[in-house]
Design a binder for this molecule. Structure first.
Ligand code: UT7
Length: 321
């Protein structure tokens, strides 16, 4: 049985910044409201010449460089995204060609903001069963393509970005690697967070995010808290044995509520929503990459990732870096 080690990390955000003050000019909102109700001060969005695969490519190059591997070493690519360049083919196949990988397996997973955890779980299972040695796992989203900038309850939250991990089978690593993971779903909340519209339609019918914000907020706090508790219990791990919690970056108040529910010290919770907003499948690898760059996360740290998103889908994963 293989051992799935996070062997390289990279992230990328587009250069265009939209501040809360910029949004004040587009809709009836204020920096005061957005910052106190969500923790977000600014977010990044793609330019007219960029697409999700460009974000994924830039993050992947950095992750590969960090791992010391070349594109030819990669055996499988899994991209988590809700905003592929086209409805099909997958972003992963474009990435395979852009990077110059062999004709390896490459596909996308479509599990909303939990996508990166789902994709990491796939890497975990492929490696544990000795099917492959090196998996490139990417979370990349350009939600600005499906945000309705006349709708103040969603436009303030969503953003663009990408993060990537190279996960390798390294049997003699001192790290425990990916320890365990769990994913759940409950389709009764299908219409509380979804995208309506037609990708080929007129401006009025273009895809747009619709969300029942209040309801999703409560479901988010409960589902992520329960999932982390369950996974730690199953693996007989105590909170003291966890160095960092990285929750999906959806709202600072959601992040704070999970930490309170779990009685987990806030100084051990990673948050960068202030600068990047909610870029769906990218929030977790982006938060990890930034925290590592800032010198917070170090090799050997034990980390819990947790996310939830439209579906409703939620899940968690524990690994030692
Ligand atoms: O990846 C997962 C995706 N989604 C989420 O995680 C979102 C979860 N939900 C949330 O983050 C929050 O529910 C929101 C940020 C969307 C909304 O915050 P809230 O504290 O739940 O506000 P609310 O919906 O209860 O609205 C309170 C008031 C309302 O006005 P009235 O009816 O009290 O007069 C809203 O119309 O705030 C108003 N409001 C705003 N005011 C200024 C809603 N959005 C805005 C806004 N600026 N952008």
């Amino acid at each position: 049985m293989g051992k799935a080690i996070v062997n390289g990390v990279g992230s990328y955000v587009p250069s265009t910044v939209i501040t809360n003050n910029d949004l004040e000019k587009l809709m009836d909102t204020s920096h005061e409201w957005i910052s106190t109700r969500t923790g977000i001060h600014e977010r990044r969005v793609i330019g007219s010449t960029e697409n999700t695969s460009d974000l994924a490519y830039k993050a992947s190059l950095l992750a590969l460089e960090d791992s010391g591997l070349t594109p030819e070493d990669i055996d499988l690519i899994v991209v988590a995204t809700e905003t592929p360049d086209h409805m099909f083919p997958p972003v992963a196949t474009r990435l395979q060609t852009l990077l110059g990988c062999r004709t390896i397996g490459a596909y996308d997973v479509h599990s909303t903001c939990v996508g990166f955890i789902s994709a990491l779980q796939i890497a975990e299972l492929y490696i544990n069963t000795d099917k492959v040695n090196h998996v490139l796992v990417v979370g990349a989203d350009a939600l600005s393509k499906i945000v309705d900038y006349t709708e103040r309850s969603t436009a303030i939250l969503f953003a663009d970005g990408a993060g990537a991990f190279v996960v390798s089978n390294i049997m003699d690593s001192k790290s425990e690697g990916i320890i365990d993971s769990t994913i759940h779903s409950d389709g009764q909340y299908y219409k509380d967070l979804y995208v309506i519209g037609d990708p080929n339609g007129s401006d009025n019918s273009k895809p747009k995010i619709k969300m029942n914000g209040n309801k999703i907020f409560k479901l988010a706090v409960n589902s992520m808290s329960t999932s982390v508790k369950g996974l730690l219990k199953k693996n007989k791990l105590h909170y003291d044995e966890i160095d960092w919690l990285i929750p999906h970056q959806a709202n600072q108040r959601i992040i704070d509520a999970i930490a309170r529910n779990l009685e987990f010290p806030s100084k051990k919770v990673i948050s960068n929503i202030k600068y990047y907003g909610n870029n769906s499948a990218a929030t977790i690898p982006l938060a990890f990459a930034v925290a590592r760059r800032e010198g917070k996360i170090k090799k050997g740290d034990r980390i819990v990732l947790t996310a939830f998103g439209g579906g409703l889908i939620w899940g968690s994963l524990i690994f030692q870096y």
